[in-house]
Design a protein around this ligand. Structure first.
Ligand SMILES: Nc1ncnc2c1ncn2[C@@H]1O[C@H](COP(=O)(O)OP(=O)(O)OP(=O)(O)O)[C@@H](O)[C@H]1O
Ligand SMILES: [Mg+2]
Length: 310
């Protein structure tokens, strides 16, 4: 073998050796990198696990704060989503109630709870269910109401809309001097209000108690103030949505109530009057003529006229 061919072979093997060394170096770097990543992943997983555990403990502790009863707690976890539970805890932190003592009513779209403040004052807590907020069924009570044009149409958005709407209606009514539970506050899909009743037991509704002609006239008077001063129509008025306590009536369940400017306000009012008259007639009480009563409520295109005359 000539000198040159030996030299060229030697060069080749040198360069092979160099590239082999390079490859092994790169492999080493890669291995180290992979190992670091694996360690980081394990660390991350461990962190995530620890975080989840801490959060679960926090939630458990939190639920224990507002719900003392073990059975209620498990029902709560089943019925409400995490965000609703967070909202309920948030409201508790604001001091609106320190504890929820138990469920008062389990409706299809909302649940009402008996809350108690740290001073021992009862509060009604109405929670709209996110899972069953059926917009189509109740669309007619919001589409056309100039007060509510901006809302999300997903199920949480709708549940929040109903809570906001009921709270707005209640506040407008209360400020106008209508006999309603005093509004508390509203956050997300939850609203709170004065508890009408005692020790977590709601006052009887008209359907559950004796009624008189004076109760009838009182309800009619409240409807008139509602219309002329609060400028809303209840739209779901019946013996099931009126309390009677100490000879005084209280209208409640204002989720469906609409502005008097709503295109169906007159139809809703007519139905409210019909329901009311029908109930009192059944109880043997003479009622006012439906049409002449309806004519007392003056709908105007722009400004409404006062119709609080007795
Ligand atoms: N402010 C309150 N104080 C005491 N109890 C209340 C109050 N508001 C509601 N409740 C109780 O909760 C029940 C349901 O309330 P509400 O009618 O507002 O909810 P809802 O989900 O519309 O129920 P429903 O479909 O039965 O009409 C009432 O019948 C009453 O017993
Ligand atoms: Mg009701």
């Amino acid at each position: 073998m000539s000198y040159f061919s030996r030299a060229s072979r030697l060069n080749t093997s040198r360069s092979q050796l160099a590239s082999a060394k390079q490859i092994s170096k790169e492999a080493g770097v890669l291995r180290k990198h992979l190992q670091e990543r694996e360690e980081a992943d394990t660390r991350q997983e461990a962190d995530a696990y620890a975080n989840a555990r801490r959060q679960a403990e926090r939630i458990d502790k939190r639920d224990r704060v507002i719900l003392k009863n073990e059975e209620e707690r498990s029902v709560f976890e089943e019925v409400f989503d995490r965000r609703t539970l967070m909202t309920l805890y948030d409201i508790a932190n604001k001091g609106v109630y320190s504890q929820l003592n138990g469920v008062v009513s389990t409706g299809k779209e909302a649940r009402v709870y008996w809350g108690v403040t740290s001073e021992g004052v009862d509060v009604a807590v109405k929670i709209y269910l996110v899972a069953s907020s059926d917009f189509k069924r109740r669309a007619q009570y919001v589409v056309g109401d100039p007060r509510f044009t901006n809302f999300r149409r997903d199920s949480r958005g709708i549940a929040e809309l109903w809570a906001r709407k009921e709270f707005t209606n209640l506040t407008q009514s209360y400020e106008a001097g209508v006999s309603v539970p005093k509004p508390g506050m509203h956050e997300g899909n939850v609203l709170t209000m004065q508890f009408i009743g005692e020790n977590g037991v709601p006052a009887p509704k008209l359907t559950e108690t004796d009624v008189t002609k004076s109760d009838y006239l009182d309800v009619v008077k409240q409807m008139k103030i509602l219309f002329s001063k609060a400028e809303i129509v209840h739209a779901d008025l019946s013996e099931y949505n009126i309390f009677k306590l100490d000879r005084k009536v209280y209208l409640f369940d204002f989720g469906s109530a609409v502005s008097v400017q709503h295109p169906l306000a007159r139809d809703f009012l007519k139905r409210d009057i019909y329901n009311l008259n029908h109930f009192f007639e059944k109880r043997g009480i003479t009622t006012l003529d439906e049409l002449s009563l309806l004519s007392k409520f003056k709908f105007k295109k722009s400004k409404l006229s006062e119709t609080t005359d007795e």
